[in-house]
Design a protein around this ligand. Structure first.
Ligand SMILES: Nc1ncnc2c1ncn2[C@@H]1O[C@H](COP(=O)(O)OP(=O)(O)OP(=O)(O)O)[C@@H](O)[C@H]1O
Length: 324
């Protein structure tokens, strides 16, 4: 769907994108993450053909977006991190204006405005002025503006920033729904727990370079079974820590009176022996569950460990060369 090849982008005295290559799979929701200043917004603006790269190219469904930005804008939607709405216009007028700007014929506009408002669940606000909407509803209107021409590809730059928890949950549902309807989405955010809920892939940038690009499934499976195990017990055991610590192959990370987090070795035989010992101890074991590695753990690990991608490599989940 979107293929980015060897992008270089410089601000005066600063390289913001340093040989960035990746490919976004059709139908995926890719989370674009990285520390402040990593280059996420710059990357999105270049992909949206709002900035011209110094080198490299961006292909949307095979067409170079910088050769014909207007054609690219008809195939993509973009919500920048800072956007303006016409506060004096109603929701309907805002959407109608954007539809006109997209070149949609006057006769088709009413139906398209109604459909976009329905998709973002703001149809009941259609006659309300944009300036009187809550932050969450403004965000919905801005996304409705970005998708009313039914783009195949949608980019959202930090759409959750400033939203309250309920509005963020609503936004996640909207993104899932749009992806379910066939839209390919690239979304940047610093809220990793939420990205984990709806993303299929992750693209990590650090200092203008790709340090990881993979499906969440592949990342979660990487490294085999988790070594951290959550234990649960049927009743309170006052000396639980002491009893667990007595098992030498097991390291106690946290411990309460009826639950604990412990770290085991990767060796299946030793793990089986520890489980058998725990059962034999008569502790009333009710839970022995590997802890799922969170996106946050993976992010922190990658940001710490990984060298940036080698120049010239096209990173992508399908070729398995991400961040090597
Ligand atoms: N107009 C500009 N002029 C000069 N430098 C800029 C400009 N815009 C961004 N930069 C620099 O380019 C780098 C990348 O910025 P960018 O905004 O793309 O990062 P980001 O990953 O989106 O950051 P954040 O998470 O804080 O939004 C930063 O070092 C930033 O200071």
């Amino acid at each position: 769907m979107l293929r980015v090849e060897n992008l270089i982008y410089d601000y005066p005295g600063h390289r913001a994108l340093d040989d960035v290559s990746f490919e976004v799979e059709a139908g995926s929701i890719t989370a674009l993450v990285g520390p402040n200043g990593a280059g996420k917004s710059t990357l999105m603006r270049v992909c949206a053909a709002l900035e011209r790269p110094f080198a490299g190219r961006v292909l949307l469904a095979g067409a170079n977006v910088h050769d014909n930005p207007r054609a690219a804008h008809r195939r993509m939607g973009f919500l920048p991190d800072f956007y303006g709405l016409y506060d004096e216009l109603t929701v309907a007028q805002c959407l109608d204006y954007r539809a006109a700007a997209q070149g949609i014929a006057r006769t088709e506009r009413a139906a398209i405005v109604a459909m976009a408002a329905a998709r973002l669940e703001i149809a009941d606000r259609i006659d309300q002025r944009a300036g009187t909407l809550s932050r969450g509803l403004r965000q919905r209107l801005a996304i409705a503006q970005a998708i009313l021409h039914d783009p195949a590809f949608l980019m959202l730059d930090e759409p959750a920033s400033g939203l309250d928890p309920a509005a963020r949950i609503g936004l996640s549902a909207v993104l899932r729904q749009l992806a379910g309807e066939g839209m390919t989405i690239l979304v940047s955010s610093h809220i990793l727990a939420e990205l984990q809920d709806y993303s299929t892939h992750i693209l990590m940038l650090k200092a203008g370079r790709v340090v990881e690009h993979a499906s969440l499934e592949r990342i979660a499976a990487e490294g085999g079974a988790s070594r951290d195990i959550r234990l649960g017990f049927a009743a309170n055991i006052p000396d639980l820590r002491r009893r667990l610590s007595a098992i030498t192959e097991l390291e106690v990370i946290t411990c309460g009176s009826d639950e604990a987090l412990v770290r085991l070795t990767d060796d299946p035989a030793i793990r089986a022996a520890i489980l058998a010992r725990l059962a034999a101890e008569g502790l009333g074991l009710t839970c022995f569950a590997p802890e799922r590695r969170s996106l946050q753990d993976i992010y922190l690990e990658r940001m710490r460990d990984r060298p940036p991608a080698r120049p010239g490599l096209l990173t992508g989940p399908e070729n398995g060369e991400a961040g090597t």
